[in-house]
Design a protein around this ligand. Structure first.
Ligand code: FAD
Ligand code: NAI
Length: 460
């Protein structure tokens, strides 16, 4: 007889959610985690600590910016970096210990240590071996490396080190204008660093709607970000100053930038070290564990979810896959709608997107219409002095069905979910436009963008 019905390897948002759902569905479940705390990248060195620092640094920015305009006199706002990091550490601890509590409550066994798949139906942790009917691989991802850039997590850091800098660097050079570079660049920029971002492409945040990319870059520049676009970093030389070497793609010329800290943020790659994939014969593709549409690997009884498989590397995508796999193992029909996975960048203003971009619709040759509304004309945004940005809804030209939405502006990360629900229900822009929205809220801008897909918005 097996020790368990399911052993989940990895206690991140994919793994811990999967384990809890398995237990809730009556399966005897264990979760193996090697880092000494549950919650994975997300809770320990990703989503949660970065959002704590983004929140704290945004308050500093607000105090230095809008306070005076609102008649609030806050003298000598200063930052105690050590205290800010300890606030962040407390936030992390309360979240990770919360997962331990949930495991106990749901009767999930937490096995501490690094797991190895010895065979289908057998997981080894240290010198112990556990039998199980199913194994779920949820081992996540790690920062991608870049040739010529040697990370020491003190001066040349990945996101992990950038969440732990002991003081505000004078000059921060960020390699990569993706989500990590712009979120963590914002944190240190607001605290006083001069931030220069070197990006390979000609625009920021690959994959976003181009209009949002342009507006986002402009707003970040207004906040002090410098961008060197169309430039590939080829190395970082360490001396008293760090020297970042890059090549401009347009003329192949090479250049150099000096920095006190360099943040390498050129993407993440799946993490499968020591897992024993080759031994068991589990297929991979470009480092990712290969699965079919219902998250089964090529070896029966072994499943995989989250950052370690294909798709966007997002915590909520991993969580949804975790729930769906649990349901499939329990004999139900787990499902994830990959067309409706929102993405949010937690800068100020926030950037949020779901569904198709205009560029994708053009490429597909699909007839569409655009409904756009600026936060400049939103009463609440005016009251709060946060009028930068807009809501843009893309709807099918004939049927009016919502195909995508792109928001840059206050509360974008929350506003986008109205569109997610609408898309899940196959709604038309008119359905959103005819729904009563409370006044005065930022969400009225979403309604007005929906109105703009039809007879026109009221307030512009
Ligand atoms: P992970 O969270 O990486 O968890 C995998 C776990 O498995 C790890 O704890 C690891 O220690 C463990 N493990 C690996 N191998 C073994 C083994 N052999 N035995 C035992 N344990 C093992 N996403 C968002 O959606 N929103 C955000 O705001 C956001 N912010 C981010 C900010 C930063 C700085 C970073 C780096 C990432 C951020 N992400 C964000 C991405 C998000 O963290 C990941 O998409 C998410 O954590 C993936 O979940 P996962 O469960 O697949 O893997
Ligand atoms: P990314 O893929 O978002 O961006 C990496 C950028 O680096 C790209 O724009 C790329 O063109 C550029 N680049 C690559 N090589 C380069 C070079 N040699 N020189 C200059 N530029 C180069 O990756 P990032 O920001 O590291 O994030 C990794 C993952 O973490 C993302 O997939 C994201 O989904 C997830 N994440 C999500 C967050 C959120 O949801 N808010 C926050 C942080 C991370």
């Amino acid at each position: 007889m097996s020790d368990y019905d399911v052993i989940v390897i990895g206690g991140g948002p994919g793994g811990y959610v999967c384990a809890i759902r398995c237990a809730q569905l009556g399966l005897k479940t264990a979760c193996v985690e090697g880092r000494g705390a549950l919650g994975g990248t997300c809770l320990n060195v990703g989503c949660i600590p970065s959002k704590a620092l983004l929140h704290a640094s945004e308050l500093v920015h607000e105090a230095e910016g809008n306070f005076k305009k609102m008649g609030i006199i806050a003298k000598d706002v200063s930052v105690d970096v050590k205290k800010m990091l300890s606030y962040k550490a407390d936030v992390v601890k309360s979240n990770t210990s919360g997962i331990e509590f949930l495991f106990k409550k749901n009767k999930v066994d937490y096995i501490q240590g690094w797991g190895e798949i010895a065979a289908a139906g057998e997981v080894k942790v240290g010198d112990k071996s556990y039998k199980t009917r199913h194994i779920v691989i949820a081992t996540g991802s790690e920062p991608a490396s870049l040739k010529g850039v040697e990370v020491d997590e003190e001066r040349v850091v990945t996101s992990t080190g950038a969440l732990e800098l002991k003081e505000v660097p004078k000059r921060l050079v960020v390699i990569g204008a993706g989500v990590i570079g712009l979120e963590l660049g914002s944190v240190w920029g607001r605290l006083g660093a001069e931030v220069t971002v070197v990006e390979f492409l000609d625009h920021v945040t690959p994959g976003q709607d181009a209009e949002v990319q342009r507006q986002f870059q402009k707003l970040l520049q207004k906040q002090g970000f410098k961008f060197i676009l169309g430039a590939a970093v080829s190395g970082v030389e360490k001396g008293d100053d760090l020297k970042v070497k890059y090549t401009l793609r347009k003329d192949d010329s090479t250049h150099e930038l000096e920095a006190d800290v360099v943040l390498l943020a050129t993407g993440r790659r799946p993490y499968t070290e020591g897992l024993g994939l080759e031994k068991v014969g589990i297929e991979t593709e470009r480092g990712m564990v290969k699965t079919n549409k219902v998250w089964q690997t090529n070896v029966q009884g072994i499943w995989a979810i989250g950052d370690v498989i294909a798709g966007p590397m997002l915590a909520h995508k991993a969580e949804d896959e975790g729930m769906a796999v649990a349901e499939s193992i329990a004999g139900q029909h787990g499902h994830v709608n990959y067309d409706v996975i929102p993405g949010v960048i937690y800068t100020a203003p926030e950037v949020a997107a779901v569904g198709k971009t205009e560029e994708q619709l053009k490429e597909e040759g699909r007839a569409y219409k655009v409904g756009k509304f600026s936060f400049m004309a939103n009463g609440r945004a005016k009251a709060n002095l946060v009028t930068d940005g807009f809501v843009k809804i893309l709807a099918d030209k004939q049927t009016d069905r919502v195909l995508g939405c792109h928001i840059i502006g206050p509360g974008a990360g929350d506003l986008i979910h109205e569109i997610c629900v609408a898309m899940e229900f196959g709604a038309a822009a008119e359905d959103i436009a005819r729904t009563c929205h409370a006044h005065p809220t930022f969400s009225e801008a979403v309604r007005e963008a929906a109105l703009a897909c039809g007879d026109g918005p009221i307030h512009s």
